[in-house]
Design a protein around this ligand. Sequence first.
Ligand code: SF4
Length: 585
Amino acid sequence: MSGRIGRRGFLKAGLVGGAGSVVLAGCKDNEREIHKVISQLETPAEITPGRATWYASACTACEAGCGIHVRVMDGRAKKVEGAPDHPVSQGGLCVRGQALVQALYHPDRTGGAMLNGAAVKWAAAQAELKKRLEAAARKGPGRVALIGPGFPGALGAVAEAFTEHFNGHPPLTWNALYTPNAPEPPTPEEIAGIGAIVNFGAPLLESGKNPVGWAKAIAAMRSRPGRRGLFVHIGPRMGATGAAADVWVPAKAGRTSGDEMLLDVEGSIPGLMGEQVAEAMGVELDVLLSLRGKLREAGTILSVGGDSPWTGGPHYDALRHLADHVASAGIDVLLHVGGNPFQRAPKLMNSRNRQPAFRVALTSRDVDATGADLVLRTHTTLEDWGSQKGARGVTLQQPAVSPRWDTRGVGDLLLAAMGRESMREFVLRHHAPELKEAGLGFDQALGAGGVYTSGPSAPTTRHAHGRRSQSGDWTLLAYEAATTGDGRLAHTPWLQEAREPISGGFGPTWAELSPNGAARVGAREGGRVRLTTQGGALDLPVRVHPGQRDDVVSVPIGQDPGGPTDPLPLFARDGLTAVKIEALA
Ligand code: SF4
């Protein structure tokens, strides 16, 4: 029982509760104001006041889907830890996973639904959504669109069923630097046979698909008795991944000449690796020759990464697709989940002179609801049902606590619009085959955190491809900081205050320059620069450090998503972004 009650109510509650414990919140003119009364006699069976309960679940703060254990006391989530037996994270958890508790209890959160700026009851909001969706579906195919940063596991199946039900466009996932083919870490069995890992620009330890798993895989490769593996990072920015590497090769943005370099190391094309490759990569010949010697000595190479947004800018494919679709066919109802494409890429989304007729924001942060006609405030990870499915099994996400506010789960809202079951029931049905195969009941699987397999994650050799070359004096690089990632939890105080491990930056977005690069434009640590691209101009504070090439300026994209220092609008919609830099007085 919770809520604010008066003295009379308190006495009554105390009598009813008998052994109830009481939280008093200060005195005013001898009048005690009671904020909360907890009756031990009425406490749910799974809660023992003063004693912690742990719930297994899944982190959804990035695509890795680490298994988590949530410590709950008196109905409140206190702490998140990595699940020790989880095949992806193996007990590890990054700072974003830790911040899930702060996302849940964030002071700006609230509940309920809003229609055209006015609060409405959930029943009315959901009825309005259903009416709009059904009207759009009746008009013909492709009039409904759903976009979000990712629809993992069972939620992905719900999203597909939803768009199909309403005759809509297939679900679109947009996450500025996420690529679906991001490399998974090798398994312990694979690690045993690898002499070196060569990474072409992928942010393995900061973001990507599984930072915690990669950290463990690299540590395992290095701690083999008598045979320490070699880890090489090739890319224009060192980042946390390059800092952890034995060798960082600061190659040009967007072009790594990966195939040529690896073929040369293998001896397939003798003499190919030389001045041409060094020139294409923008590094000294000596650096490459030294690397070749080390790699030949190391033996079997696992190569990962390659041409991707990691070595350049964000990718806008899903948004471009959506914008084209809005312009050509018209969208009657657009639902955006957990992020606002109109804020992150405003020029692109507003470029076609047509807008969706009715916009719906499903979000736990009101900042993502700007411009929406209907706002449906949603659960955070620790309050919701879902799952993550990967090569190593299914991780089940269950609510560790009751909803803090009057919110709904995204899956529940989509299912309700279709007139279907709850998300809990959907998760159970969706994963029934895996549960059956493992011989586990739903409750058992929830207690175990999921159903895991030990199969290999991916092929052991993945060659890289260089496609786009850096041109012009300066290139603007986007990266996800190990702290704020793509920005979905950037509003939490821990992540706002956590320093990016390489540049030491925190708070609103900054621009990083190497010492030589800063000297070239007359910029200094703590000063400001103006970055101008075809997408616009942005003034940012400068951080100077040597962890990048002299001809790039890098900016984190997750510090201020949709805010005044969000750099995403600066980036080209295709290829690398040329940028002009001016030091400001
Ligand atoms: S890597 Fe971090 S953010 Fe991603 S799922 Fe694991 S704990 Fe969560």
